[in-house]
Design a protein around this ligand. Structure first.
Ligand code: PLP
Length: 408
């Protein structure tokens, strides 16, 4: 059935893996080199310096040949000891998975968040950002400093909510608490503003397949001096994930094991693109894209998953489907008819919402096309729309200054 194959480019509009620019795909396709040879050291030093700029840190960033889940484990296993209490905040599905991992590692996570559900029947904590005052109040109660870390997700990919990390730092400081601050910015980094040093983050976790526009396969821990100090006495078992040997060998641009050479070619290219454009412009570009997509959703008259406009994600927009419309059936229909992939509703949101990604190799017209695919799907599913989202997105993109184009 050769005819059955869809023509043109697939629309990969999930919130990661994001569409990979051709420039990066070409870089990755170059021949693999000796990871102990002279050329490799120069590549290693280049990507290690560049990635620090993206995390906005002067301190070491560790790169693992693993998905983001590995880097989550690395953050906990390098700094914590068996039975340690960790305060984790429930923003959504990924925060929940990280909390489950903490349990499996033998930690004692305490999971806090907003209680109850709202008028949509969805959990309030999954529609708002991290409430720093709840963290401050809990830390103030912990006079004996049993809590060793505060763990939050910067950009909750399951909901499209981007939390205020500087506010979490202020909350920890206001409580006068020594806990480490660990932040998952797997889907925030390189799309949403993130400042590891300025915001006083001790470990930032990230991955390759979102804002860095790479395929899945490498992930990161950005460290602080306090986190490195904690890793010296932490007693959870760590071997593959241990920072010390990696940081030591990274000084000359090498790794203690075989690194993911070709993805590092891709990372080098990604850093050239992002730093060449300038991080400020990169963040502004995603904000503008997100505003255009939200204009479409608002025109349709459908609720956006993120209920607080102050924390709308620049990376993705979650859309709640009307009662009785199965969001996954809608996604399947859109995929079959228009070769467009949307993000599924995860965990407590299954079947209730879909997610539109606006990250990676995109531009105004790919986003208008995404909106068109969703609008056609909604009509085919007999969802009543207040107005055309396509028209609203076109109006937004044509009336707001153009984004900086990514160089191909
Ligand atoms: N945390 C967040 C916020 C994510 O979006 C993801 C993946 O989408 C993960 C953690 C898990 O990362 P991975 O699937 O790369 O292991």
């Amino acid at each position: 059935h050769l005819d059955a194959h869809p023509t043109g480019r697939h629309f990969l509009q999930i919130p990661g893996p994001s569409p990979v620019p051709d420039r990066i795909l070409r870089a990755i396709s170059l021949p693999t080199i000796d990871h102990r040879g002279p050329e490799f050291g120069a590549l290693g030093l280049k990507v290690l310096a560049g990635i620090r700029q993206v995390f906005q840190t002067r301190h070491p960033v560790v790169i693992y040949p693993a998905s983001g889940t590995g880097a989550w484990e690395a953050a906990l296993s390098n700094t914590m000891s068996p039975g340690d209490a960790v305060l984790m905040y429930e923003t959504g599905h990924f925060a929940t998975l990280w909390q489950k991992m903490a349990l499996r590692l033998g930690l004692a996570p305490e999971f806090i968040g907003l209680p109850g559900t709202d008028e949509t029947g969805l959990p309030r904590s999954w529609r708002h950002g991290v409430q720093a005052d709840l963290i401050e109040a809990r830390l103030r109660e912990d006079g004996s400093h049993r809590i060793k870390a505060v763990c939050v997700v910067h950009n909750e990919t399951s909901t499209g909510v981007t939390s205020d990390i500087a506010a979490v730092r202020r909350a920890i400081d206001a409580a006068g608490h020594p806990a480490l601050l660990m932040v998952d910015s797997i889907s925030g980094l390189a799309s949403a503003d993130f400042r590891h040093d300025e915001w006083g983050v001790d470990v930032t976790i990230s991955g390759s397949q979102k804002g860095l526009m790479l395929p899945p396969g490498i992930s990161f821990n950005a460290l602080s001096p306090k986190a490195i100090e904690a890793s010296r006495s932490a007693r959870l078992p760590k071997a593959f994930w241990a920072w010390d040997e990696i940081v030591e060998m990274n000084a000359s641009g090498y790794w203690p094991y075989t690194p993911n050479t070709n993805l590092l070619y891709g990372l080098s290219e990604s850093l050239d693109m992002l730093l060449g454009e300038g991080l400020e412009q990169v963040f502004a570009r995603h904000q503008r894209w997100a505003a255009g997509v939200r204009a479409a959703v608002n025109a349709w008259g459908l609720p956006i998953q993120c209920a607080d406009p102050a924390v709308h994600s620049p990376v993705l927009t979650g859309v709640i489907t009307p009662q009785g419309v199965d969001a996954d059936a809608l996604r399947r229909l859109i995929h079959e008819r228009f070769d467009l992939s949307l993000g599924t509703g995860l965990g407590k949101l299954k079947g209730r919402m879909f997610r539109m990604g606006h990250l990676g190799d995109s531009n105004d017209l790919t986003l208008v096309a995404m909106v068109a695919g969703v609008e056609m799907g909604l009509k085919l599913a007999d969802v009543k729309l207040a107005a055309s989202g396509v028209a609203a997105a076109m109006e937004h993109f044509s009336s707001h200054a153009a984004s900086t184009a990514l160089k191909k």
